[in-house]
Design a protein around this ligand. Structure first.
Ligand code: TXA
Ligand code: MG
Length: 337
């Protein structure tokens, strides 16, 4: 199969619609990362996604809808706070988990009685979703465990010859996946941190919890249990006060014939002028936008990627640190145990 990458052009959405109606999988731009989409009503199409990604069958998918889609077809009930959150943040990088009506393929939620719904703000995603007018089940468009894609080229690297079409909307401005929020309880609870922060949610909903699976408990959001977002090279990770140790490892690795490279925030890069570095930037938003592109660049240009933890921890950085820790295989709070 030949994989076409199409930017906005005449007939591009007709082609996407044709593939989706035929039960094919189409990759598309969103404001967070690229998605690998299929008709959520079709068992076969949804199963194709799992097969293509090599994704474990117990890790449920998010359903994407356009902004005029009637979600009451898909969800059973909605707490008052969730309606307020939708008004405040959608379309945008917030995925909301509701009790499901069970209308979409049972493979979407992997047997759970809930459904995760996302209304992306990317114009490419909105136009695509509007053209097909179907709920589109879509995980991030990377092979399972690999770094999520933030350009059409990244999708191509993982799925060339395996999917017919990539809808290219340029580089993703958000850069890390949406916040996943459980909206089935008394108060909203974050299952995966992202660009819509706990503070932002609490300012609208009055309160917001963060879910941590207890030891031995099956996680509510099964994706949290897997190592993820990993570059395909050796990695090492140091906390913000361990720069000296990181430098020692760099020298040691170089002596051993490796090609090491640091991945760190701008101020730390500035302290390392004579080393290979990948600069994450300064603000949380900038680091979110650059992280995955730099992890992919790192795996191509270095044999050992040495991450140094940024100092800032709050707001958007909660999501960035979560992804960094997973990429480097570092323990990240109780949900990793
Ligand atoms: O930004 C995003 O969310 C991207 C773009 C493409 O929209 N999508 C994405 O999908 O990141 P994926 O499959 O890589 O991650 C979905 C996460 C997983 O951690 C999964 O376990 C969780 O959402 N999830 C999906 N359905 C769920 C449900 N019913 N209950 C709890 N967690 C759910
Ligand atoms: Mg993913």
């Amino acid at each position: 199969m030949e994989t076409q990458i199409l930017s906005r052009s005449r007939g591009w959405l007709d082609l996407a619609k044709k593939y989706i109606k035929d039960g094919e999988v189409v990759a598309f731009h969103t404001e967070t990362v690229y998605g690998l989409g299929a008709n959520a009503f079709s068992d076969d199409a949804v199963l194709k996604i799992f097969e293509l990604k090599g994704r474990p069958q117990d890790n449920p998918l998010i359903v994407h809808v356009h902004k005029d889609y009637d979600i009451s077809l898909l969800i059973d009930s909605e707490p008052f706070y969730a309606a307020a959150l939708r008004k405040a943040f959608l379309p945008g990088p917030l995925t909301m988990v509701y009790p499901s009506t069970g209308r979409v393929s049972k493979y979407v939620s992997c047997g759970l009685d809930t459904l995760a719904i996302r209304m992306p703000s990317s114009p490419t995603a909105q136009e695509f979703l509007k053209a097909v007018d179907l709920p589109i089940a879509a995980p991030s468009a990377n092979l399972s465990k690999h770094v999520s894609p933030v350009t059409a080229r990244h999708v191509y690297e993982d799925f060339n010859g395996k999917i017919p079409l990539i809808l290219d909307g340029g580089a993703c401005r958000g850069g890390i996946e949406s916040t996943v929020l459980d909206c089935t309880g008394e108060i909203p609870q974050i299952l995966r941190e992202g660009l819509v922060t706990r503070e932002m949610i609490a300012s609208v909903a009055g309160d917001c919890g963060i879910y941590h699976a207890k030891q031995g408990e099956k996680p509510k959001s099964p994706g949290m249990a897997y190592k993820h977002y990993s570059p395909r090279c050796k990695t090492a990770f140091f906390r913000e006060n361990q720069t000296e140790e990181a430098v020692a490892l760099y020298h040691e690795a170089e002596t051993a014939g490796e090609k090491p490279c640091f991945l760190c925030e701008r101020d730390v890069c500035a302290l390392l002028p004579n080393f290979r570095t990948l600069d994450l930037g300064g603000s949380g938003e900038e680091m979110a936008r650059k992280l995955y592109a730099l992890l992919r660049k790192g795996e191509k240009t270095a044999t050992l990627l040495i991450g140094i933890e940024p100092r800032e921890k709050g707001g958007v950085m909660a999501g960035v640190l979560n992804r960094m820790h997973r990429a480097f295989g570092v323990e990240h709070g109780p949900e990793e145990s």
